[in-house]
Ligand binder design. Structure first.
Ligand code: ZN
Length: 310
């Protein structure tokens, strides 16, 4: 009973309940502290739900990463909040013309902002797997060995800044209001929790449209090429257009599938992770790849994944 409640109620609770409450609070002009309290309560609910209905029970156990991930989350969320606080100043520089649909109902304005941010952030994410200098920084996020809600914010702060700049600058250019930006920041954080969640929740046919944990696990497969799929933050619409969408309902995941096969010795410590992109070894693996010969490090089930994707 409780399991089914979590299995089918968890995603609607966050997507509709939490995001809807955030929209109502911001739309009513409530203090930003309420949005922060809502986010903190959602993070707490995420940890409880992951323990009550885990996809992998072992992913709830720290792998020497809890304190590091807490620092990543604290730093990155603080940067997001600082950016939101700086919106009036940023807007003065970045706004080209106030074309914002101020007359739309507040919820519609937020949905519009989410859709626009989805496009910008997804394209930078896609580029981060193709452009060497971006991959150096994005690799921090792909070093995870377990897939749980809190590691959605486990990113190099410079890479997060590039992603958010791409997502928000077009909105700033047309006059993004601070209240919409505030609730957008909450919705991004909630999405990262859902997308990396270890809760075995289900959303039915919406899994083919929304970029949630079932699809995002494929993105964290550790083999180069295999994990270059499902880049979307909120939706999988852009992946379908880019030809990078994939899904296999029978695929099961374990820690052996996650991380980066080409970087098995990626550092675990917070400061070491921040420094890694600046080292020569932070570049892409440069072993020559013979397309006719499967890489010896790629196991049989990963080769099946590759065959399916090609
Ligand atoms: Zn990625």
């Amino acid at each position: 009973m409780v399991s089914n409640l979590i299995r089918y109620g968890y995603a609607p609770l966050l997507l509709v309940g939490v995001n809807g409450t955030g929209i109502a609070l911001a739309g009513a002009g409530a203090s930003k502290v309420w949005l922060l309290a809502l986010l903190a309560a959602t993070v707490g609910a995420s940890f409880v739900a992951e323990r009550a209905l885990p996809y992998r029970r072992e992913w709830n156990a720290p792998m020497g990463d809890s304190r590091r991930d807490a620092v990543h989350a604290l730093v990155n969320e603080t940067l997001i909040l600082g950016s939101v606080a700086a919106i009036p100043v940023l807007a003065a520089v970045a706004t080209v013309a106030d074309l914002w649909p101020h007359r739309w109902p507040f919820a519609f304005q937020v949905v519009f902002a989410v859709m626009a941010a989805d496009l910008g952030i997804t394209l930078v994410h896609f580029a981060s797997h193709k452009v060497g200098v971006l991959w150096r920084f994005h690799a921090v996020h792909h070093s995870v060995k377990r897939f749980y809600g809190f590691n959605g914010l486990m990113k190099h702060p410079l890479h997060q800044t590039v992603e958010l700049t791409a997502g928000v600058t077009p909105l700033l250019a047309i006059g993004l209001p601070v209240d919409v930006a505030s609730v957008l920041a909450l919705i991004v954080a909630v999405q990262l929790l859902l997308q990396h969640s270890n809760v075995d929740y289900r959303v039915g046919a919406l899994r083919y449209v929304l970029s949630l944990n079932e699809g995002h696990r494929f993105h964290h497969l550790k083999w180069a090429g295999v994990g270059d799929v499902n880049f979307g933050l909120f939706t999988l619409v852009w992946d379908r257009l880019l030809g990078t969408y994939t899904y296999d309902p029978g695929r099961q995941f374990s820690s052996d599938d996650l991380g980066m096969a080409a970087k098995p010795c990626f550092p675990d410590g917070y400061l070491a992770q921040l420094a890694e992109p600046f080292h020569a070894r932070g570049a892409c693996a440069d072993e020559p790849v013979d397309d006719d010969q499967p890489h010896p490090a790629v196991p049989a089930h990963a080769r099946d994944d590759i065959d399916r994707l090609l």
